[in-house]
Structure formats: structure tokens, C-alpha cells
Write a protein that binds this ligand. Structure first.
Ligand SMILES: [Zn+2]
Length: 252
């Protein structure tokens, strides 16, 4: 069994901690991971981690809750980067609930990175909270963008259907509610197998989710089992299908 973790955050400055987490992940059959940046300070870190650990794919982006640079400075920094080394753009997104950044500024940054993903022809890992209308408007504006993976998706089947028309895929994990909930099961049945991926959303620095207890890539196995119970499909089949889909989209 092979598992692809399509959304994690390995940004610890303690390389022994990263090595330990990746070894635990391997024991849990996690053989590929997409490591998302939260802010500019992560762009170099994710590359360094990928140089040492080939199973980790680097992604560059700025999380909508951590935008602390002007568009001009982002452009200047991007011009200095070897962008060909990144396998995805992420984490980027729009958040009208938890981010203190005005939505207009979030949209500007989101569109900049969406355009970058088009230039580089690499997918995007997207955080979206209470801003799906704004997200769809951006996706409509930039037609023919590469695949957009909505991470930690917990919307309805109807929302998944509308987003899928704009090239969206959905990654689920810690957000899955293990209580049987018909709306959630209906959504999962809609996205599995052609649109569903698995994620741990592990966060070493815990910058992103200060209120949530720490999470590791190896925990993805628990989320896979919850998905398997909700879908009534064997865990191996969840792992295989999500792995194949993710490996195709991330070309790895
Ligand atoms: Zn994240």
C-alpha cells in the first residue's frame, strides 16, 4: 500500500525532527508528500528539505492568513528564485473567516500565484474558507489554469460539483468527521475516486493552527480509515486510488 500526503507542512528548523517524522510516515506507508509553504520564509526551507528527502515535493506560496508582503515584494522575491524546482504552488487561498487580511488583498495575492502556476504549469494547493464565490470568480477569470486542489474540503456535494467544473480536486484528512453524517458521505461518494486525495495537514511549526494539537504525516492512516468507513470501501482501495490520482496530478 502506498499513500500520498497531498498537504503537509514540514518546516521545522530541526532537521532531526523532520527526519523522524518522515521515517514514521514511511512506516505508515506514506511514500510521497507535498510540503506546502505558509510564508516567504518557508520557500528556501521546503527546497532544502526536498534535497535531503526525495519523497517530499516542495510547494511555494503564501497562506491567506500570513500575507505580510506587498505584491511588488512578492514579485521581486519570485524573480530571485529558481522556480523550476517547485512541484506545486501552495499554500495559497482565500479566507473570509479566520484571516485578518482584507479579502481584496488576499485575492490579489491569490491571483498572482494562480498566474504563476499557469506559467510553470504546476498544480495549486488551495485553502478556502467562507470564500467560495470569490474563488470561483478567480478560477473563471483564469481559464485553463492547472488543477486546483482544495485542501481540507468539508463542503457539500453540490459545492464539490460546482467547483469540479472549474478544475478543482479535493483533499480530505483531519477535517473528516468520523460520526456518520449523510451530507459528508454524499460529498465523499461524489468525489471518490476521480476527485479525492488524502492529506495530513501536519504542521511542525504550528504557525497555521495554533489552536489545534500537533499533527504528523503518519496520522494520515487514521484519516484514511475514517474515509474507508464512511465510504464503505477497503482502506487499500482508498490508498491506491488517491495515490494514483495524486501521482498523476503532481506528476510524481
Ligand atoms: Zn495547510
Amino acid at each position: 500500500m502506498k499513500i500520498f500526503d497531498t498537504h503537509c507542512h514540514l518546516q521545522s528548523d530541526n532537521s532531526a525532527e523532520t527526519t523522524r517524522e518522515l521515517s514514521d510516515a514511511k512506516t505508515a506507508n506514506v511514500v510521497k508528500l507535498l510540503n506546502n509553504s505558509i510564508s516567504f520564509s518557508d520557500w528556501g526551507k521546503v527546497l532544502r528539505i526536498s534535497e535531503k528527502h526525495k519523497e517530499v515535493l516542495p510547494a511555494l506560496g503564501i497562506h491567506p492568513g500570513f500575507i505580510d508582503m506587498s505584491i511588488k515584494s512578492i514579485d521581486t522575491e519570485l524573480a530571485q528564485c529558481d522556480l523550476s524546482k517547485y512541484k506545486a504552488v501552495g499554500e495559497i487561498g482565500l479566507d473570509k473567516k479566520k484571516s485578518a487580511i482584507p479579502i481584496e488583498s488576499q485575492i490579489e495575492v491569490f491571483e498572482l500565484f494562480l498566474k504563476l502556476s499557469m506559467e510553470l504549469n504546476i498544480p495549486c494547493s488551495v485553502h478556502c474558507v467562507s470564500a467560495f464565490d470569490e474563488l470561483i470568480a478567480c478560477l473563471k477569470k483564469f481559464k485553463n489554469h492547472p488543477p486546483v486542489i482544495i485542501h481540507s474540503f468539508s463542503g457539500s456535494m453540490e459545492l464539490a460539483r460546482s467547483l469540479s467544473k472549474f478544475g478543482c480536486y479535493f483533499s480530505v484528512g483531519r477535517n473528516l468527521n468520523n460520526k456518520r453524517n449523510n451530507k459528508q458521505i454524499e460529498m465523499l461518494k461524489y468525489i471518490f475516486p476521480s476527485l479525492m486525495m488524502l492529506e495530513s495537514d501536519s504542521s511542525q511549526s504550528n504557525k497555521e493552527n495554533k489552536d489545534i494539537k500537533s499533527n504528523k504525516p503518519c496520522f494520515i492512516k487514521d484519516y484514511m480509515i475514517i474515509a474507508s468507513e464512511l465510504l464503505n470501501i477497503p482502506p487499500e482501495s482508498i490508498a491506491d486510488n488517491t495515490y494514483k490520482l495524486s501521482a498523476g496530478i503532481f506528476r510524481n
